[in-house]
Structures are given as structure tokens and as C-alpha cells.
Design a protein around this ligand. Sequence first.
Ligand SMILES: *[C@@H]1O[C@H](CO)[C@@H](O)[C@H](O)[C@H]1NC(C)=O
Ligand SMILES: *[C@@H]1O[C@H](CO)[C@@H](O)[C@H](O)[C@H]1NC(C)=O
Ligand SMILES: *[C@@H]1O[C@H](CO)[C@@H](O)[C@H](O)[C@H]1NC(C)=O
Ligand SMILES: *[C@@H]1O[C@H](CO)[C@@H](O)[C@H](O)[C@H]1NC(C)=O
Ligand SMILES: *[C@@H]1O[C@H](CO)[C@@H](O)[C@H](O)[C@H]1NC(C)=O
Ligand SMILES: *[C@@H]1O[C@H](CO)[C@@H](O)[C@H](O)[C@H]1NC(C)=O
Ligand SMILES: *[C@@H]1O[C@H](CO)[C@@H](O)[C@H](O)[C@H]1NC(C)=O
Ligand SMILES: *[C@@H]1O[C@H](CO)[C@@H](O)[C@H](O)[C@H]1NC(C)=O
Ligand SMILES: *[C@@H]1O[C@H](CO)[C@@H](O)[C@H](O)[C@H]1NC(C)=O
Ligand SMILES: *[C@@H]1O[C@H](CO)[C@@H](O)[C@H](O)[C@H]1NC(C)=O
Length: 381
Amino acid sequence: QQKMTSTFLLIGHLIPLIPLFSAEECVICDYFVLVGEPTAISCPIITLPVLHSDYNLTWYKNGTATPVTTERDARIHQREGLLWFIPAALEDSGLYECGVRSLNHSNQKTINLTVFKNDNGLCFNEKMKFEQKVMSKNTGKIICPDLEHFKDEDNNQPEVHWYKECKSGFLQDKRLLLAEGENAVLIYNVTVQDRGNYTCRMIYTYMGKQYNISRTMSLEVKERPLQIRPEFIYPKNNTIEVELGSHVVMECNISSGINGLIPFWQVNDEDVDSFDITYREQFYEEEMPHGLAVSGTKFNISKVKVKDYAHKFFCHFIYASQQFTAYIKLERPAQNIQGYLIGGGISLVFLVFFTVIIYKIFKIDIVLWYRDSCRPFLGKK
Ligand SMILES: *[C@@H]1O[C@H](CO)[C@@H](O)[C@H](O)[C@H]1NC(C)=O
Ligand SMILES: *[C@@H]1O[C@H](CO)[C@@H](O)[C@H](O)[C@H]1NC(C)=O
Ligand SMILES: *[C@@H]1O[C@H](CO)[C@@H](O)[C@H](O)[C@H]1NC(C)=O
Ligand SMILES: *[C@@H]1O[C@H](CO)[C@@H](O)[C@H](O)[C@H]1NC(C)=O
Ligand SMILES: *[C@@H]1O[C@H](CO)[C@@H](O)[C@H](O)[C@H]1NC(C)=O
Ligand SMILES: *[C@@H]1O[C@H](CO)[C@@H](O)[C@H](O)[C@H]1NC(C)=O
Ligand SMILES: *[C@@H]1O[C@H](CO)[C@@H](O)[C@H](O)[C@H]1NC(C)=O
Ligand SMILES: *[C@@H]1O[C@H](CO)[C@@H](O)[C@H](O)[C@H]1NC(C)=O
Ligand SMILES: *[C@@H]1O[C@H](CO)[C@@H](O)[C@H](O)[C@H]1NC(C)=O
Ligand SMILES: *[C@@H]1O[C@H](CO)[C@@H](O)[C@H](O)[C@H]1NC(C)=O
């Protein structure tokens, strides 16, 4: 849990530090393209291109000082801040640099382009698949990404054709529908059979020549958990008998369809490690079949002490801004002095209870006796 907190802190500190011209996480950003297909690469340090249009962006081949040409009919050229390969050839693989200069700033970034061939007998390369996920039983969407730079002369997006495992025709399934104007396929009532490799391909025409542009998505189907609402597996508001001085593992776990729920223990209205410094909670999370997750927290009571019998140990978690609670109570086994004392206490309670009952009955008897004995004097009413 401590580790998680520090990660959060780190992220929290990093976010405000990212400057306008920022390098994204990649030190050298990787780009991929299939041989024979066009690609347009944008410089990864431009995060806010619209706000800061007063900069000059220049592309260089790695290690050269002369900029890449701006001639539109060169196979490799730069245009509108993008580095174009129309189309890419195997020997284009390598490093390229983009330099950004504004009035008082300059920055540069190296990118690594790899030109792939299709895997044998396939219409894609295993190493350049986009991962996409859909949830079973829901409506899912497969998106053909990164096509925005490839408009034809009329500024229309050319028609996109779809393939599953490199074969067309899968769209005949009534559950599948082309999403108009979105370069996407909708899948209704997703099933596990929908997972697979989907390829979209369009014909791009540039300077009168036609090129293929394709993307392959590996679609994963996540099984929707039957039970989303979290439930305690343990404890169940139960009592367990433990000997004084014995070792107990106090475990609390919940089952749900949600990752990242964090249960925690409290006792006597404080965290367990405030109650006893040796009670150190350990958090865990496990993936279970059918999309379920088990989140738990546990701590050791290495030697049960007298104070541990005095309170209930509560396990809490928060879900949908509601707090859920279950407890466990430690009890000493019956055959000991403490047990007898509790037993004695209970007898005393019973004695008082019986006295009250007897007194009540007795009081009624007294009234009745009194009435009976007075009746002759009261006469008929
Ligand atoms: C890139 O340029 C650097 C410096 O000029 C050189 O050492 C390196 O080998 C080049 N890498 C490639 C892949 O061309
Ligand atoms: C961008 O380049 C143009 C032409 O090379 C130059 O006139 C202009 O001053 C440059 N702008 C910046 C911000 O460097
Ligand atoms: C350049 O400097 C001026 C004044 O220091 C500042 O207002 C402006 O935001 C800076 N421009 C960029 C692009 O950082
Ligand atoms: C560029 O990418 C290729 C393929 O991923 C990799 O083999 C190569 O080491 C990368 N080069 C650099 C300098 O990162
Ligand atoms: C999806 O499932 C629902 C309920 O099972 C059904 O009513 C609906 O017709 C299905 N949609 C398609 C497109 O098969
Ligand atoms: C997707 O393609 C890979 C090869 O890249 C293959 O091993 C895998 O079986 C394919 N997936 C499906 C569901 O056919
Ligand atoms: C596009 O790819 C398909 C299938 O690989 C091929 O038959 C076609 O000739 C290609 N078209 C162009 C313009 O390269
Ligand atoms: C949940 O906690 C109980 C009680 O300690 C334990 O028996 C069970 O194995 C735990 N379940 C999982 C999935 O960790
Ligand atoms: C509890 O104690 C056992 C050994 O006694 C140890 O293996 C385990 O890691 C401890 N668990 C916690 C949560 O401290
Ligand atoms: C267990 O006890 C907690 C707190 O006393 C209560 O909120 C919860 O509803 C109880 N759960 C069950 C299953 O009785």
C-alpha cells in the first residue's frame, strides 16, 4: 500500500511539471509502417500545435544537418510539420530528428522508424498490431486508427475495407455493422468468438498513384463479470475462538468485477497499526476467472493479547462513495477463567431478570389478594 501511495505522489508531482513543448514518455519514439504503404509521422514533442502555431518544425535524417526536402513529389518529404513516406521502403528504417524552433525555445526529438514486411502468408505483421479491447455482452467497437492524414483530393476519407484473419466477408454477421464516417465496426452483443486480428485497408491516391494503407487490430474480448457489485468473502460478521498468545492471520477479502478496490482494517475506531504497531496490513489483488477480481488485506497477530478480545475488528471498503463494513470478533475459548467470569456475569443478569419477573407476578398476586380480601367491604358495584 505504501508503494502505491508513492506512485500516486510521483504522478501527482510529475503532471504540473510537463512543459508546453514536452517530450512524451518515449526517449526515442517508435513508429512502424508496412513496406509499400505511405505514412505520415508527426513530431512527438508538439503537444499543443494549435495554441503555439508560431514555431518552425524541421525534419532531418539522423546525423545530417540538411533538412529533408519539402518537394511534394519526393518519396520522402516534409510537409505541414509531418514527415511523409509515400510509400515507405525497407531501407527507410532508421532514426530521424524533428527540431522545433520558436522565438525563445528550441527542442529536438529523435524518432525510430521501422519498416516491416507482412508476416509470411498474412496481411499484417505481428509486431505492428494495435491492441483493442471490448467487453462481452456489450456493444463493442473496432477502430481503424491513424487515418486522419490520408484524405483524397476532395478531402474525403477513402472507403475502408475490413478483413478478419485476412479474410473478407465477416461483416455478413448481423451483429456487425460498419459505423458510418468513423472508420469503425460496431459489434453488438460481443462474444468471445469476436476476438482476433482485424485488418482495415484503404486505397490512398497521391499524385495520381494508388497505394494501400492498412492497420491491423488485435481485438481482445474481456469477459464481463457476472457480479460487479463487490461482496465480502470474509469476514462475515463472525466470531472466532483463539487462545491467548496464539498466532492469527486476520484476512479480509472481497470479490467483485472491479479492480482497485482497497479494503482496510480498523479496530476501536482507528487503523490497526495505530491500535498495535505490529499489526501491519498487506494488500493484495488477484484476477479470478470470468472477469472477477479478489481484493484483500491481511495482517498477522503474532501473539493474541487480552486487548484483542475487547473490540470487533472491522474491515471496510468504499464503493460508489458508500462504505461497506464487515467485522470479526476474537473470543477466548470457553474453558478458561475469563469464560467462567463471563458465564457468572450472564447468571447474574438472569438472576436479576428472574427477580423482576417474580416480583411482577407477586405484585399482581398481592393486588388480586388485596382485591379479594377487600371485596366484602366494598360491596357490589
Ligand atoms: C545516427 O546518428 C548518430 C550520430 O550521427 C550515429 O552515431 C548513429 O549511428 C546514427 N544512427 C543511425 C541508425 O543512423
Ligand atoms: C520560421 O522560418 C521562416 C522562414 O524560414 C522564418 O522567416 C521565421 O522567422 C521562422 N520563425 C521562427 C519562429 O523561427
Ligand atoms: C517567449 O517569451 C515570452 C516572454 O518571455 C513569453 O511571454 C512567451 O510565452 C514565450 N513563448 C514561448 C513559446 O514560450
Ligand atoms: C528502432 O526500432 C527497432 C525495431 O523496434 C529496434 O530493433 C532498434 O533497436 C531501434 N533503434 C533504436 C536506436 O532504438
Ligand atoms: C442483442 O441481444 C439482445 C438481448 O439478448 C437482443 O434483443 C438483440 O436483438 C441482440 N442484438 C443483435 C444485433 O443481435
Ligand atoms: C492473430 O494473429 C496471430 C499471428 O500474428 C495468430 O497467432 C493468432 O492466432 C491470431 N488470432 C486469432 C484469434 O486467430
Ligand atoms: C493492395 O493490397 C492488396 C492485397 O494485398 C493487393 O491485391 C493490391 O494489389 C494492393 N494495391 C496496391 C495499389 O498496392
Ligand atoms: C479470502 O480470505 C479467506 C479467509 O482468510 C481465505 O480462506 C480465502 O482463501 C481468501 N480468498 C482468496 C481468493 O484469497
Ligand atoms: C504473517 O506471518 C507469516 C509467518 O509467520 C509471514 O510469512 C507472512 O508474510 C506474515 N503476513 C503478514 C501480512 O505480515
Ligand atoms: C456486518 O456488520 C456491519 C457493521 O456492524 C453491518 O453494517 C453489516 O450489514 C453486517 N453484515 C451482515 C452480512 O450482517
